[in-house]
Design a protein. Structure first.
Length: 219
């Protein structure tokens, strides 16, 4: 089980995982390649001047290679995760920092792409929400268009689930009394709607069976 999977609540599942675009690694690539070229060049000169210097120079290649490997490790551990309930930002290769925003609290999503970002498919996503932080910015994220679309789809799906639960007689949050319970004749139609939500990935198979049984008890 991955670290992100351990963060999931009951009946919560991952629908999309995004990372920073590979272009964020470009400065590291250029520096490490340049350092490697210098080391190899000096090592070749060492073949002519003093053979022991050749082996010492090649040994120094461990430094840029190790640095690049650590940078790749850190890049792979920085994730932007969309679930059917919230969006999480997980950062840190060894220590972890996790911040999340409920989809219900998202008020607006702003995307910005430069000309190069449009060509290489990266950009900035700004999440405006009703949380304490207010605004979260994910910079140079890969494939921001699909990421934004997924966020909007999941937010809409969550709203559809809320509407369904209200129709099914759920007690609304903060409501003093339950909404009007459905009649027995409404149950087959509600189960069909519930199955459609399951097919869309809004709810899991387990949630579907639980809610289906709850509806059947009302017949």
């Amino acid at each position: 089980m991955s670290y992100v999977e351990k963060l999931l609540a009951r009946n919560e599942h991952i629908v999309r995982v995004a990372r920073d675009h590979w272009i964020t690694l470009l400065p590291t690539i250029l520096v490490d390649v340049a350092v490697s070229i210098v080391i190899i060049g000096l090592s070749v000169m060492g073949v002519i001047l003093s053979p022991p210097l050749t082996w010492f120079g090649l040994l120094l290649l461990v430094v840029p290679i190790g640095h690049f490997a650590l940078r790749i490790w850190a890049w792979g551990n920085n994730q932007y995760v969309v679930t059917n309930r919230r969006i999480l930002q997980v950062t840190g290769a060894f220590g972890k920092r996790v911040s999340d925003t409920s989809l219900e609290k998202i008020n607006d999503i702003v995307m910005e792409q430069s000309a190069m970002g449009c060509m290489l498919k990266f950009g900035d996503i700004e999440i405006i929400s009703g949380s304490e932080s207010g605004i979260d910015v994910f910079r140079r994220i890969a494939d921001p268009i699909e990421f934004k679309k997924e966020l909007l789809d999941q937010k809409e799906a969550l709203a559809s689930l809320d509407v369904f639960e209200e129709r099914a007689g759920r007690v609304g949050q903060g409501d003093p009394a339950p909404t009007e319970a459905p009649s027995a004749s409404d149950v087959p139609g509600l189960i069909a709607e519930l199955d459609e939500l399951r097919q869309q990935g809004v709810i899991t198979d387990v949630e579907f069976e639980e809610k289906k049984q709850q509806l059947l008890t009302k017949i």
